[in-house]
Design a protein around this ligand. Sequence first.
Ligand code: SAH
Length: 343
Amino acid sequence: MKELIYKIVEGYEPTLDEMEKILSLNEEDAEVLFKAADEVKKRYFGNEVHIRGIIEFSSYCRADCYYCGLRCSNRSLPRYRMDKDEIIECAKEAVDAGYRSLVLQSGEDLYYTKEILGEIVERIKEYSDVAITLSIGERSFEEYEYLKEKGADRFLMKHETADESLYNSLHPHSSFKNRIGCLKNLKTLGYQVGSGFMIGLPGQTLRTVAKDIMLLKELDVDMAGIGPFIPHKDTPLGKYDAGSAFLTVKAVALTRILLKRPHLPATTALGVLNTKYKDKVFFAGANVIMQKVEPHKYRRLYEIYPKDIKFEKSIREERMDLENYLLSLGLKISDSRGDALKI
Ligand code: SAH
């Protein structure tokens, strides 16, 4: 197995069968995989972690994803929208607290027209050359194009699962083909593109996870978020088990040794599970972490999945806490925007 792992590090493209074998390694044997992934990560990023601030600016959503608490059919969730000025103020505060990279994320909320979003992007960019990532779901080519012209740098949209029929059964409002089409449009327009998927969706197999990783490769992503599925009680998947933290970290590590350069976050969902893998993932390929920066009154309402509400501190204090935590693990904090590494 060690031989296969290092062959991949040197550029060999494994078969799906070989990938499945790697994903089924036990805890002891997986250490070789984690070590190889850590070496590849260090080669590209050293020991640096990029901290990205995320502003979850609206919990309204027209989509009906079976796993997500924001789905339009969930009537028990109070919804909120931040207005333009509030979003811009929040972004400025984050920039002042040291963030050089911000993600603007929401449900699929068409209240925010391209003009509104464009003005938000433009005004944040006037304040600072902070990198702006949008994560607002499926829109037209023309809207993506407009937002790119207004200054958006990156776009995050996970493919969620590479199993087309599983995808279509979990997303009644859209289709796998449309999702992939959007990702390709974003790439064509010159965005730095992030995709990713969930571990542990009901119906997923190790074969699916292997295909998920190959799809990331095919899409030539600049970033990939790989996180465990967490059940939310007010969704159709509320009674299923959460995804495995261990398998999540193996998937991150395999992605790192195969794709090498993409930014790979220690996902928030992995943190929610709160196992030893929450820290371990930084030594198995991950080099990014996201921290919520929107006002606390909104955070509890952006309930994709259930999570603890932390003691309320300022954006600056929370950033300091996170930095200290990462430093205590022996990691360094990057002071760059963390743009995509092109080979
Ligand atoms: N509306 C945007 C942003 C979606 S929320 C979009 O369509 O891209 C961001 C991510 O949260 C999703 O891509 C999904 O992978 C993740 N997510 C949603 N529900 C989840 C759950 N129950 N458990 C784990 N991750 C979930």
